[in-house]
Design a protein around this ligand. Structure first.
Ligand SMILES: [Zn+2]
Length: 144
């Protein structure tokens, strides 16, 4: 895919916008069991920011992470492409997405999409989706 200047890797300003959205979403986290609040924000191909927080459930298997909820909000709005990701949690150091979220991110983000992983202290680390998911599971999409 041809990359336009407008779609170049995010600037610090865009990262700050994602961080603000993720922090705001984190305040809405529903985590009464773990008390581990997480917020995430994704930049959609449409230039809009979609945020999500973790939502736990007494039936633990039904819990859904902030990153997936952010991506699902983007999908519900009709956008299909993630251009950048930021996740922030209550960890001391940078908080990487879990394996399930990496798989979901890889479904909608190109391997060169940047994922900013931040901790409560403000420490962040950035990696690409391809670095986080080097051997992605893919299925051939059916015809519509
Ligand atoms: Zn996750």
């Amino acid at each position: 895919m041809k990359r336009t200047k407008r779609e170049s890797p995010a600037t610090g300003e865009r990262k700050r916008e994602l961080l603000a959205a993720a922090r705001k979403a984190r305040r809405s986290a529903y985590a009464p069991y773990s008390r581990f609040h997480v917020g995430a924000a994704v930049l959609g191909g449409d230039g809009r920011v979609y945020a999500g927080c973790n939502v736990e459930n007494a039936s633990f298997g039904l819990t859904c992470c902030a990153e997936r909820n952010a991506v699902f909000a983007m999908i519900a709005a009709g956008e299909r492409r993630v251009r950048e990701v930021l996740v922030i949690g209550g960890s001391d150091g940078p908080l990487p997405p879990c394996g399930a979220c990496r798989q979901v991110l890889a479904e909608f983000a190109a391997p060169d999409v940047r994922v900013h992983m931040c901790g409560a202290s403000g420490a962040c680390r950035t990696a690409t989706v391809g670095e986080l998911v080097p051997y992605i599971f893919r299925l051939k999409k059916g015809r519509t």
